[in-house]
Design a protein around this ligand. Sequence first.
Ligand SMILES: CC(C)(COP(=O)(O)OP(=O)(O)OC[C@H]1O[C@@H](n2cnc3c(N)ncnc32)[C@H](O)[C@@H]1OP(=O)(O)O)[C@@H](O)C(=O)NCCC(=O)NCCS
Length: 333
Amino acid sequence: MTVSLRAQPTVAGSKILAYGAARGDLVVPNDDLVGPIDSSDEWIRQRTGIVTRHRASAEVGVKDLALTAGREAVERSGIAIDELDAIIVSTISFPYPTPSLATLLAGELGRPDVIAYDISAACAGFCYGIGQADSLIRSGSSRNVLVIGAEKLSDFVSPTDRTISFLLGDGAGAAVVGASEVPMIGPTVWGSDGDNWNTIRMTGSLTDFRDGNAEWPTLEQDGRTVFRWAVWHTAQKVREMLELSGLTVEDVDVFVPHQANMRIVDELAKQLGLGDDVVIGRDIAETGNTSAASVPLATHRLLEEGKAKSGDVLVQFGFGAGLAYAGQVVVLP
Ligand SMILES: CC(C)(COP(=O)(O)OP(=O)(O)OC[C@H]1O[C@@H](n2cnc3c(N)ncnc32)[C@H](O)[C@@H]1OP(=O)(O)O)[C@@H](O)C(=O)NCCC(=O)NCCS
């Protein structure tokens, strides 16, 4: 006999209900970092567009940043905390491999019973999370999902590293995603390029560190390879996202690519042929590269400053270690 199981009733679509944000409490100018890496304020500004980055004090952990951003998103979403079904956290800097940061947050938010898990997709993590939230909701598995990208990258930088240390900041960005009769999150275009697994990497493993074969592991990268990869692949993926959503470049109001380097942001806008009226996320100048937090932080800033508004069509795209990438078209709340 063939058994036919009953499936969850599905939902037409999902939408972002609200955002939340937290930046590290310290504003660190380039001049504070240039000494040990034989660099200069001018070089960093010209090559990356970064003027300052936010970093968190010793007593502020990645959990605190995530909690602040997550609380704001839930409060602004209008849903009661009891209506939350899932928490997805993207982080590469929670200092415990297990249990997850998401389950810790679930308890702190007063909902220790929800679906909760972390994902490791580095700078693509928030967009991976939005893709997963959209799937959980459309499949009927969850009604409301809190997605958080949270990083305290300063715990994993070496002040003497010349390849990445000066780019990185600390922060968290969050969004509550809920069910919608009309889809307001388009199909996610996502994937990875495992042949570039080692392009952005740790200097050693935790077991190397335990065995005395490595210093405390910190981040390092082949910056030029990442730069070329991003510039070569992103525009094509964004066009794919737009096509799958039934839109064209002319429909884009807001563009928020991962805040990795202002030159990459500018180059992508040029390649896509975005009009002068398209609002572009440039939070990197002040906040630095906060990996999984960068896309929601930049979006939150544009909404707060009134440069982006409710109903705008946002194109968001993240890429980074792995090399993992993800993006989707979103109608802003
Ligand atoms: C890291 C990055 C800023 C380096 O910029 P770049 O223009 O690619 O620099 P290059 O590596 O080509 O080096 C150019 C010159 O600057 C020098 N240089 C490299 N790093 C430097 C630094 N931190 N300070 C000062 N000079 C530096 C190099 O020695 C080289 O000098 P030379 O021309 O005399 O040989 C850039 O590649 C980048 O942002 N990549 C994107 C990667 C990224 O953001 N990853 C994060 C995760 S997504």
